[in-house]
Design a protein around this ligand. Structure first.
Ligand SMILES: *Cc1c(COP(=O)(O)O)cnc(C)c1O
Length: 396
C-alpha cells in the first residue's frame, strides 16, 4: 500500500500490479486458464478458502490473471480495493443489486449510459427500488432529491452522448450528508483524466471494454472503492457468476500499459477536432467539455486533467438522415457501437449508446436525431480533420 502513491500515472499504467516476476520467472502476466487451484497442504487450503491467506481456490471467485487486472485499476484510481465483472454492465448491475434492497431509493440523472438507464427504468423498479432521474445539468435539483434521502447516488461524467459534466465534489458532499453510497461511472474520463474517489465518491465504475482495454477486443468491467464496499459487490458477483475471463483480463492489462499515452493523444486530438468542428459550416453544434462554449467547461477544468476523447456534434439539417449522410462519408471511422479504442469510431445514439431507448425517450433526454457521437482515436489529427471536412462537405 505504501507504494500506491509513489509513482505517477504512466508508471502505474506500465508497472501497476506487475512489479514482481511471475511463474517460471515470466516477465509478463500469464493467462491462467485454470478453473481451480490445488493444495497438497490441507491447512493451507483451509486458510486460503477462509481468506486468511492470499491465494486462489476457484476462478469464479478469483484468478491470478484477473487479480493483476484488478490491482492495476485499483492503483490507477487510488482506491483500497477492486473487483471485476464480465462487462461494464456486469459490474454496474452487480454493484446496484449488491448494494440495494427492496424499498431503497436511488437518485441519478437522465443522461446515464443506455443500459444503466434501463436498469433504472425497468429492472430496479421491478424489485421495488424507487429511482428518481434528475435533469443532468441541474445540480440544485439533484441536491434537493438527494436531501430527501437515498441509498445510492449514481453519477456518470462526462455523459453519453451529449458529453455533459457533473460536479462530482459538490454532489458527493450532498450524497455523504444523507449516508448514500456515491457511485461514479468513470468510463469516459478514464483514471488518467479524472479520479472520482479523490473528489469524494465512494465507488468508481468502468466499462474496461472502452478506454482501459483500448483496442476493442475484450469486454470487461471493474469497480474500485473502500474494502468493505468492494467485498459486498464481490460476494454478490461470485455467487451470481458474473466473471471476467482470464484471457479478457490479459488483453485489458496489455491495453492498459499504454493507457496514459493513448489518453494524452486522444485528449489533444479531440480538443483540436472539437475546435475545428465548431467553426465548420456543416455543423450546427459541438458538444465537448474542452470548449469554452460548453456549459460544463469550468467544472471540467476543475475536476479533470484532460477533457477526454469523446465528443459529439449535430450535423446541419437536423434529421437522422443528415447524420447518416455524414457518417456514410467518413473513411477514417468505424461505424460501430463501441468507443474508446485506438481507431476513431462514430455512430448515431439510435444505434449506439441509446439503442435501448425509443425515439421518444431519446427526445425526452434531449438527444437530437442528427447527433453524431465521435470517439476520437490516436490517428494523426490532420487526417481526421480532412476526413470530417470531406464527409461534411459531401465530396467524394
Ligand atoms: C459501454 C459503457 C457501459 C457498458 O459497458 P459494457 O462493457 O459494454 O457492458 C457503461 N457505461 C458507459 C459510460 C459506457 O460507455
Amino acid at each position: 500500500m505504501s507504494r500506491d502513491r509513489k509513482y505517477a500515472m504512466g508508471t502505474k499504467a506500465v508497472w501497476g500490479g506487475e512489479e514482481g516476476l511471475f511463474e517460471g520467472n515470466a516477465t509478463q502476466v500469464p493467462v491462467v486458464h485454470s478453473v481451480s487451484f490445488g493444495f497438497d497442504d490441507m491447512d493451507e487450503w483451509l486458510d486460503v478458502a477462509l481468506g486468511n491467506r492470499p491465494g486462489h481456490i476457484y476462478t469464479r471467485n478469483t484468478n491470478p490473471t484477473v487479480s493483476v487486472f484488478e490491482e492495476k485499476v485499483r492503483l490507477l484510481e487510488g482506491g483500497e480495493a477492486a473487483t471485476s465483472a464480465s462487462s461494464g454492465m456486469g459490474i454496474i448491475s452487480n454493484a446496484l443489486f449488491a448494494l440495494l434492497k427492496p424499498g431503497d431509493r436511488v437518485v441519478s440523472v437522465k443522461d446515464t449510459y443506455g443500459g444503466t438507464n434501463r436498469m433504472f427504468t425497468e429492472f430496479l423498479p421491478r424489485v421495488n427500488v424507487d429511482v428518481t432521474l434528475c435533469d443532468t445539468t441541474d445540480h440544485a435539483a439533484i441536491e434537493a432529491e438527494v436531501a430527501k434521502g437515498c441509498a445510492v447516488l449514481y453519477l456518470e461524467t462526462p455523459t453519453n452522448p451529449t458529453i455533459k459534466v457533473l460536479d462530482i465534489e459538490r454532489l458527493a458532499k450532498a450524497g455523504k450528508a444523507v449516508g448514500a453510497v456515491v457511485m461514479v461511472d468513470n468510463t469516459f474520463a478514464t483514471p488518467v483524466n479524472q479520479n472520482p474517489l479523490a473528489l469524494g465518491a465512494d465507488l468508481v465504475l468502468h466499462s474496461a471494454t472502452k478506454y482501459l482495454g483500448g483496442h476493442a477486443d475484450a469486454l470487461g468491467g471493474v469497480a474500485v472503492g473502500a474494502a468493505g464496499l468492494i467485498k459486498t459487490i464481490y460476494s454478490y458477483r461470485e455467487i451470481v457468476g458474473n466473471v471476467l475471463e482470464p484471457m479478457s483480463a490479459y488483453l485489458l492489462l496489455r491495453g492498459m500499459k499504454t493507457l496514459h499515452l493513448r489518453i494524452e493523444r486522444q485528449n489533444a486530438n479531440a480538443l483540436e477536432i472539437a475546435r475545428f468542428l465548431e467553426g465548420h459550416p456543416g455543423v450546427e453544434k459541438v458538444f465537448y467539455p474542452g470548449l469554452t462554449s460548453h456549459p460544463g467547461h469550468e467544472i471540467a477544468r476543475r475536476q479533470m486533467r484532460g477533457f477526454g476523447g469523446m465528443l459529439s456534434f449535430v450535423a446541419k439539417g437536423g434529421t437522422y438522415a443528415d447524420a447518416c449522410r455524414v457518417l456514410s462519408g467518413l473513411k477514417l471511422a468505424r461505424r460501430a457501437a463501441n468507443l474508446g479504442a485506438v481507431e476513431t469510431i462514430a455512430g448515431p445514439p439510435a444505434t449506439t449508446s441509446h439503442v435501448e431507448c425509443s425515439k421518444e425517450e431519446r427526445a425526452a433526454m434531449g438527444i437530437p436525431e442528427s447527433l453524431i457521437r465521435y470517439s476520437v482515436g490516436i490517428e494523426d489529427v490532420e487526417d481526421l480533420k480532412a476526413d470530417l471536412d470531406r464527409a461534411l462537405r459531401q465530396e467524394a
